[in-house]
Write a protein that binds this ligand. Structure first.
Ligand code: NAG
Ligand code: NAG
Ligand code: NAG
Ligand code: NAG
Ligand code: NAG
Ligand code: NAG
Ligand code: NAG
Ligand code: NAG
Ligand code: NAG
Length: 611
């Protein structure tokens, strides 16, 4: 979940749990295989955007790490060796963990953090097809580059949403083939500091930092520096209000909005002069490599999943010369939409189908930051097999400029219309409703998601909540409890995004809000809503915003609900959910007292300095 970068606004989150949704049994058509996957995590010198190096986390020597490719129904044994000098865990983003809540990878909730030199064995089932990702879940280690893709191939006979694209059986075969060989593409931001250094810098300046050095696509990119004149020319009128508070009246040399009371919180004092001026101001250009995504026009179509792995920024992307169909979100098929551009929030997975009907050439994939915090872009190439020229490159086919401003009138993706395919029945009743208010707390980089308490990251080093009986866990603002009335409903803990809006949410339930007649009819949808594992509050400058999600408690365990902006999560924008306290899972001894590994592995003991 991501909240508006421009603060001042309080985001309100209504969150309802329901008990009567229909179960969605997973049908496995083949015998499950056990797939073993083993990774070494190390600190290394990295410079993915060229230029100066910093310390980054590599997974078997790369970032993004190797992709985990599975078939629906596979069992996974994912062995992690922590060869770093700090604790870590690995979370499997979007995986239901319906029967294995001890493999969810959240320190202090579902496991003890993996200590330096130790190993940990995660075991889980690939019970839903689609694109997911694995990433570190200790402090903000995503910012250090610790992530990789998970692609779970669907069963042959699964219904796919092709009839919205074409009823031609040959085309449908091509679409299925493209879906079965989709390519994951990570879109991330790059800062010239480790996540720990970034946090220390925030403390030093008493600042919430929202300015990065590069955008990386599959771990590659460049530090692009525009001249001040170019930046000024790219600065849209949307900035006028904010820039009137900036002495120079312009964005910084990195294209960033300098820290302002409007973004840091009116009641806090921050000190930009206490942090290096490279953080917001000085741009140092460097050239790295560019990711090339190869496609073969003879196959008719290609599928790509964009994965939002940013620590800070919020993106949108376009592909020169190509519209594309968004047909799966967060791993699940949706009713497809033909679009030019999509907003990619932190944690999102958006799978797009591209018709390869253009001349064989290279085409630019453009990613820009979508927030008002910074003007910045990153690039990759969609490269047709046998491309004879770079005819598709250059700016003539661009749909947006470096700042993300429209150059044409693009078809925009409409998230509320991306409802599940096949359709699902949503519960019309709820058993428990929780209402939370998000805002800054003690300082510009400390947040609450509950309204009054921050989720203290020191919990990551405490006894996992899952290892205790719920009755023994003290009442706490940042822990909520749900009951599990239908224990046979085993399924992913995804939730329906049933509503969102701008302004206050003064009601105590969704039903009350609907009955009030004060909201536009489209604000709440309890009939056919998107089913997601990520929810983004609507952007609003100087106003509150709210979102409402509803889910059916199906997998018992201790799960985190948190903002995926790494600096916000680290700043406490999170709470723990004890799902199904009446059906509390029994944690296997091998996890309770250790690492999921029956016989002790030899410690590698190889650690790397983190700075
Ligand atoms: C990672 O490296 C180890 C050896 O260091 C190897 O055994 C393992 O198979 C590699 N994992 C992957 C996913 O390639
Ligand atoms: C770019 O790719 C080349 C060839 O693989 C490699 O030698 C070089 O180190 C890469 N540059 C960066 C900045 O990663
Ligand atoms: C495919 O056929 C269905 C059923 O007749 C129809 O609703 C749909 O619009 C058709 N799709 C396309 C792309 O024409
Ligand atoms: C700022 O402080 C004032 C005075 O203490 C208080 O009334 C106001 O609610 C505070 N604003 C925020 C956003 O916390
Ligand atoms: C770009 O155009 C679309 C309509 O095609 C519009 O909805 C959107 O707000 C525009 N974006 C900007 C940044 O102007
Ligand atoms: C949804 O509910 C309707 C009416 O209760 C029922 O006929 C239909 O089979 C249900 N569909 C699914 C997918 O469960
Ligand atoms: C988190 O807990 C630690 C240890 O109990 C404490 O020192 C620190 O002040 C707490 N931080 C916040 C933001 O509450
Ligand atoms: C906030 O949004 C509400 C609902 O759209 C609107 O009535 C109100 O005027 C807005 N307030 C501000 C300060 O923009
Ligand atoms: C497991 O750990 C607990 C405390 O952490 C200890 O009391 C218990 O004896 C341990 N059991 C085994 C089998 O090691």
């Amino acid at each position: 979940m991501v909240f508006t970068r421009l603060v001042g606004a309080v985001s309100l989150l209504t969150f309802a749990l329901n008990a009567f949704a229909a179960p969605h049994a997973v049908q496995f058509t083949k015998r499950a295989d056990t797939v073993k996957f083993e990774v070494d995590l190390t600190w290394e010198d990295v410079n993915p955007a060229g230029g100066a190096t910093k310390k980054g986390i590599l997974i078997n020597g790369t970032s993004p790490g190797p992709a985990l490719k599975l078939n629906l129904g596979d069992s996974v044994e994912f062995l992690v060796h922590n060869n770093m000098d700090e604790p870590t865990t690995i979370h499997f983003h979007g995986i239901s963990q319906a029967k294995t809540p001890w493999s969810d990878g959240v320190p202090g909730l579902s496991q003890k953090a993996i200590q330096p030199g130790d190993s940990f064995l995660y075991q889980w089932e690939a019970d839903e097809a689609g694109t997911y990702w694995y990433h570190a879940h200790y402090r903000s280690q995503i910012i250090d580059g610790c992530f990789g893709a998970i692609v779970i191939k669907n069963s042959k006979d699964a219904p796919r949403p092709w009839s919205f694209i074409s009823n031609d059986t040959e085309v449908q075969k091509q679409l299925t083939a493209a879906d079965d060989s989709l390519q994951p593409v990570f879109v991330s931001d790059y800062v010239d500091m480790t996540s720990a250094e970034l946090h220390a810098t925030e403390e030093k300046g008493n600042l919430d930092i929202a300015c990065v050095d590069a955008i990386l696509i599959n771990g590659k990119g460049s530090r692009i520096c525009k001249t001040q004149d170019e930046i000024n020319a790219l600065t849209s009128p949307r900035y006028a209000n904010l820039l009137s508070s900036v002495p120079s009246g312009q964005l910084t040399g990195k294209g960033c909005l300098p820290p302002l009371p409007q973004t840091q919180g009116a009641n806090f004092t921050f000190d930009v002069s206490a942090i290096p001026s490279s953080v917001y101001f000085d741009c140092t250009a460097s050239e790295g490599n560019q990711t090339k995504i190869e496609v073969d026009a003879s196959k008719g179509w290609a599928a790509i999943t964009f994965i939002g792995s940013a620590g800070i920024e919020l993106f949108k992307y376009t592909i020169d010369g190509h519209k594309f169909w968004v047909y799966a979100i967060d791993g699940q098929y949706v009713v497809p939409q033909l679009v030019d551009t999509v907003v990619l929030n932190n944690g999102d997975r958006q799978t797009v189908m591209i018709k390869l009907d253009q001349p064989a050439a290279d085409y630019t994939i453009r990613v820009t930051n979508q927030g008002l915090n910074q003007i910045i872009s990153g690039y990759a190439t969609l490269s047709y097999k046998g491309a004879v020229s770079a005819a598709g490159q250059g700016d003539s086919l661009a749909i947006m400029d470096y700042a993300g401003t429209n150059k044409t009138l693009p078809l925009m993706f409409a998230p509320p219309k991306a409802v599940p395919f096949p359709p699902r029945n949503m519960s019309q009743t709820v058993d428990q409703t929780f209402i939370f208010t998000t805002k800054k707390m003690l300082n510009p980089y400390t947040w609450t998601l509950t309204g009054s308490e921050t989720f203290n990251v020191t919990r990551e080093d405490s006894t996992p909540l899952l290892f205790e009986q719920p009755s023994a866990i003290p009442e706490d603002q940042v822990i909520i409890r749900t009951q599990m009335p239908h224990p046979f409903h085993k399924h992913a803990n995804k939730a329906y995004l049933i509503g969102q809006g701008v302004g206050d949410f003064p009601w105590s339930s969704i039903a009350e809000a609907q009955a009030s007649g004060a909201l536009p009819p489209t604000a709440i949808n309890t009939k056919a809503a998107p089913l997601r594992d990520g929810f983004t509050s609507p952007p609003a400058e100087g106003n509150s915003t709210w979102i409402a999600v509803r889910y059916h408690v199906e997998a018992p365990g201790a799960f985190l609900f948190h903002c995926h902006v790494q600096t916000h999560m680290n700043g406490g924008m999170a709470f723990a959910i004890l799902d199904g306290v009446d059906k509390w899972p029994e944690v296997p001894e091998v996890y309770l007292n250790g690492t999921g590994i029956a016989s002790k592995l030899q410690k590698k003991g190889k650690t790397h300095p983190s700075s």
